[in-house]
Design a binder for this molecule. Structure first.
Ligand code: ATP
Length: 199
C-alpha cells in the first residue's frame, strides 16, 4: 500500500484535502504542521535549544510556546527562520519516516501532509505526491480569513517554492479553487486510483 505525500502552498487546502483522502483510503494520516506544534509545546530539548540558541521570548514564562511571537521573529529574520527549521525539520522527518516504515510493513496506506515537501527534498520517501493548488487570490483570502496579516502571508508565499512549480513537480495536481464538494470529489477519484496497484 502506498505512502502518499500531500503538499501545496499556504492556505491551498492541504489539510482539508489530506483528511478527505485519508478517509477515502482508510489511511493513517500524518500532519507535519501538527508535529511541529507538538514539538514546540512538549519537547523539552526543542524548547531548550530554541530559547538558548534562538530567542528566549519564544516561550511565555509558564513554558508555553508564544506562536505569534515566533511567527513575528522568523518573519523579521530569515536566518532565525532557517535555524528554527533546522531544529524542527529533522525531528519531524524522523517521526513520519518511522511511521511510513511501519505502514509499509503492515500494508497500511499513509497520507503525509507536508507543506515543505519539495523544499526539504523529501520526494524520495513517497510512492506518489499530490500538490493541492489554488489561485494566489484564493490563498490570500483563506489566510486572511484566519487573521494572518497580508504582508506575512505574502512573505510566507515568497519564501516557498512557487505553487505553480509545485504543480509541475508532483505526480497528481488537485485544483482547489472551487467548493468543498468539488475537493471531496477529487479526493474520492484520487483514492480510487491509489487503491489500484501502483506501477
Ligand atoms: P496552511 O498551510 O495554512 O495550514 P492548508 O493548505 O492546510 O493551509 P486548509 O487548512 O486545508 O489549507 O484550508 C485553509 C482554509 O480554507 C480552511 O479554513 C479550510 O476550511 C478552507 N478551505 C479549504 N478548501 C476550501 C474549499 N474548497 N472551499 C471552501 N473553503 C476551503
Amino acid at each position: 500500500m502506498a505512502v502518499i505525500g500531500v503538499t501545496g502552498g499556504i492556505g491551498s487546502g492541504k489539510s482539508t484535502f489530506s483528511k478527505m483522502l485519508a478517509d477515502h483510503l482508510s489511511a493513517r494520516l500524518f500532519d507535519a504542521d501538527s508535529a511541529a506544534r507538538e514539538l514546540l509545546e512538549s519537547d523539552p530539548a526543542v524548547r531548550e535549544k530554541i530559547t538558548a540558541e534562538l530567542f528566549a521570548e519564544a516561550y511565555t514564562p509558564d513554558g508555553k510556546p508564544d506562536r505569534a511571537a515566533i511567527r513575528r521573529l522568523v518573519f523579521q529574520d530569515p536566518a532565525a527562520k532557517a535555524r528554527l527549521e533546522s531544529i524542527l525539520h529533522p525531528r519531524i522527518r524522523e517521526r513520519w519516516t518511522q511511521l511510513a516504515a511501519e505502514c509499509r510493513q503492515n500494508a497500511t496506506p499513509l497520507v503525509v501532509e507536508i507543506p515543505l515537501l519539495f523544499e526539504t527534498g523529501a520526494e524520495r520517501f513517497f510512492d506518489r505526491i499530490a500538490t493541492v493548488a489554488c489561485s494566489h487570490e484564493t490563498q490570500l483570502a483563506r489566510t486572511a480569513a484566519r487573521s494572518l496579516p497580508r504582508d506575512e502571508a505574502e512573505s510566507i508565499i515568497r519564501s516557498q517554492i512557487p505553487l505553480e512549480r509545485k504543480t509541475t513537480l508532483a505526480y497528481f495536481v488537485v485544483w482547489n479553487d472551487g467548493s468543498l464538494t468539488n475537493l471531496e470529489n477529487q479526493a474520492s477519484e484520487l483514492a480510487k486510483i491509489l487503491q489500484k496497484p501502483l506501477s
